[in-house]
Write a new protein. Sequence first.
Length: 374
Amino acid sequence: MRLPVTKDLSHAGDDPVGAAESQIDANSSPARTIKQRAAVELPASACDRWDQFVVSSANGSIFHTAWWQRAWGLEPTVRAITNSEGELQAGLCCCVGRRFGTTAIIKPPMTCFNGPVYSAIKRRSRHGHDSQLKHLFLATLHGLPRLGMYDLVLTYTDLDVVPFLWNGFDTMLEYSYVIPIEEKETWIQQTSKTRRWTLRKACKDASDQNFFVDDHPHISEVLSVLEETAKAKHYSFAHYARRLPTWWEVVTTRKAGRAYILRDGQGRGVCTSLMVNDNRSAFCLAGGMRRDARKGFLMNVLLTHRMIEDAHQMGLDFDFAGTVLPGVEGFFRSFGAQLRPSYRLVKFPSSMACLIWQGYRYFSRHRKPWVWYD
């Protein structure tokens, strides 16, 4: 029987790097990679090192840092993968708490992403890049503690969920809207005609009625408007309202956020927004409006316009941070931002947590009308 002829990699002089990658990948397997790259828990004193790694990583954000989770009063642990020189290659910063009656990975309030972070991969071929990323994800998952529930949200650039599917995770799709810095001069042309008209009218009305945007309000005033909005829309805000001033103090100390309030001619706050930023993007995390100004009030678009302009002036993408509420989603969509999908991944080793989760999903999603019209 004739054996298949294989190419001799030793003579691949045209692309020695690609040949080396092929040899490495041929000798690699998920099990061997996990064994070679065992995740270790970093000591608490190394959290600053982790935060520096997040800034320089390929997919890190402000939400992946240890300081962000500590600002919310949580105590994160970092499970990291290092190379032979001790340099960080990948890892996950997470907090463990109680959810659905079991121990679980929990996200702090206003946190968009909490999945694995990894360093820039220098493989030249697509296969080499994707295989190394897959192995890093597998090694990160292998290093997670044994819990009753896992809940992770990946960034927009993390599209390979195969390692999670192999490990029993269920996949859900979430969306946000992003206006990239590349559209700094042209983004207004992408908005809907109604939104452009609203912006023009809001600017005229603000000038006539002496409304203005204050970008240095005290957080207590912002909190007051947010609490009033929560009461008007019948959602819970109390579970993190007490911690919000302390969190905001940490954010502003690190120069990672701005608050905005639109004031009327008497200086009273009418509506408010909170924006945080890292070295890549600025995120609109919260917004609210006084109850008496909700009906027919158009000038709240001035806050969104101001945040977009400020983000672009800092050289950052502007991220609306996503929503599933139809009315709010329509408002975000009207600004003509790019639709960005992200994966949410959940796993339930605890059967009780799984039952509670499925019940929650049924009553919150599956009992809606067959077709929803905007």
